[in-house]
Design a binder for this molecule. Structure first.
Ligand SMILES: [Zn+2]
Length: 468
């Protein structure tokens, strides 16, 4: 079983996702309770760490709120005890995800592996077996945009149309791995699925997109916003049928601008490395939580529950499908609001609003008096992956001045700070930024990175007037 694909698991997950979506809230609650009890049984039987933490509990009677809250750092510290297959070791996984030639390869012949970015502190590594991948596949197929798009465009699948993901093709991130796995599982589709890098200069990216002429573009909202601005200025000539977004907060003004610029439909989704398809948008632009397979508990700063229609400070995630690497009441830094009003689409899956991290787009001077827009995602990737900094802040202090800071007490970051600043300056120059300086700076106060609310990338206001 390579690529973590098992036809029986796939059929079973597809059946359950297709039928669960039509359940009423009471039936959904029953399904969740059953799945939680089974997950707890597996935790106690197969995870040495959870066996210790859950000592004395009865899986069939325990309520979720009685279980301990866990942080990523704690789980990563005890990784080899946490994971339910004792043959998996963190050191082997770390070596695996360092090698870009092994993206979407089967680890140990049967597992799919990806890592998260460092935006919530230490990067996590996540391992999926065939069962978990079957659940993600079914959620994407039945509740994601793919089937609706195919139904609206029945002729497209027979034509050589392209789906282009604008992402980070050289990193073992979840979206990259999922796309690459899809290509390997469906060789007939492989020539239509493309992954192009968002780290390349805008002009190169535009020419690549024009060459591929995508029917669907999948990317992050900040990247789509840049492309929408380029199209508005007449520098990008593509006309996708749809744009699929995820990975960052999509605000209403950004959505309207992207839709207006491309004249096409935008589909938003919410996922994480911990759970690939947490919520997907319906035709009324409401994000529906996949509440049959994931539980989200909104909490405030003190960790107390937050009621419906109020924005939380963070959220506790319980993954009801991954028995290999159990996640129970796992803290995610995203702020969410559970909406009490049902959606007009008729789905009983709850509607949520998500406020992720809201870093700024940088506007920098480019050649021929042009303004160069750089997505915060690209900037963060360079600082974290090439510079090795995880807790930092980048502040634009003037038109062409950026200050990259880390905390005085963080000796590891202090050592890496000059290199990160150099890498960033080099990257920006490569994109076409002119005369931009990146100055390293050490601050007495803590820096963002450990799941805090502080923005990592803060642009200078009023330096440029963006189109939006
Ligand atoms: Zn809806």
């Amino acid at each position: 079983m390579t690529l973590a694909f098992d036809p029986l698991q796939a059929a079973s997950a597809a059946l359950s996702v297709a039928s669960d979506g039509a359940r009423n809230p009471w039936q959904l609650e029953r399904i969740r309770a059953d799945r939680l009890a089974r997950l707890l049984e597996t935790c106690i039987a197969r995870s040495a760490l959870y066996r210790r933490w859950l000592k004395g509990i009865d899986p069939s009677r325990t309520q979720l709120h009685e279980l301990p809250v866990v942080q990523r750092s704690e789980l990563m510290r005890h990784f080899d005890e946490w994971i339910a297959d004792p043959s998996i070791h963190l050191e082997d996984l770390r070596a695996f995800v360092k090698d870009p030639t092994r993206i979407a390869h089967a680890f140990a012949g049967r597992y799919i592996v990806w890592h998260s970015s460092g935006t919530s502190g230490e990067p996590g590594i996540f391992v999926q077996d065939a069962r978990t991948m079957a659940i993600y596949d079914a959620l994407e197929a039945f509740r994601g945009p793919l089937i609706r798009w195919a139904v609206r465009n029945p002729g497209e699948l027979a034509l050589p149309c392209n789906l282009v993901m604008i992402g980070l093709p050289d990193e073992h991130y979840a979206s990259t791995v999922a796309m690459q796995r899809l290509r390997q599982l469906n060789p007939w589709l492989a020539s239509r699925l493309h992954n192009v890098s968002l780290l390349q200069p805008m002009m190169d990216l535009e020419r690549a997109l024009e060459r591929l002429r995508p029917a669907v573009m999948a990317t992050f909202p900040s990247v789509a916003l840049q492309l929408a601005e380029e199209r508005q200025c007449g520098r990008l000539d593509v006309a996708p049928d749809e744009i699929w977004l995820g990975g960052e907060t999509l605000t209403q003004p950004t959505r309207r601008f992207i839709e207006g610029s491309f004249g096409c439909r935008v589909h938003d989704s919410y996922g994480a490395s911990e759970f690939l398809s947490i919520a997907s948008e319906c035709r009324f632009h409401a994000l529906h939580l996949n509440a049959d397979w994931v539980i989200l508990e909104p909490i405030d700063e003190q960790g107390h529950p937050v009621g419906p229609d109020n924005e939380s400070d963070a959220v506790l995630l319980t993954h009801l499908g991954n028995h290999l690497q159990p996640l129970l009441r796992y803290r995610l830094a995203d702020r969410i609001t559970l909406c009490s009003r049902p959606c007009a689409c008729g789905s009983s899956l709850p509607v949520i609003k998500v406020q992720g991290r809201d870093d700024d787009m940088l506007r920098l001077p480019g050649a021929r008096r042009r303004t160069l827009s750089v997505s915060p995602l690209a900037v963060a990737t360079i600082i974290e992956q090439r510079g090795g900094l995880l807790a930092y802040q980048l502040r634009q202090t003037s038109r062409n001045e950026l200050v990259l800071s880390c905390a005085a007490h963080d000796t590891g970051s202090r050592t890496r700070l000059p290199r990160a600043a150099t890498e960033l300056a080099h990257f920006l120059a490569g994109l076409g930024a002119v005369g931009v300086r990146v100055t390293p700076s050490i601050h007495a106060c803590p820096m963002p990175g450990a799941g805090g609310k502080m923005r990592r990338i803060v642009a200078a206001r009023d330096q440029f007037r963006p189109l939006l």
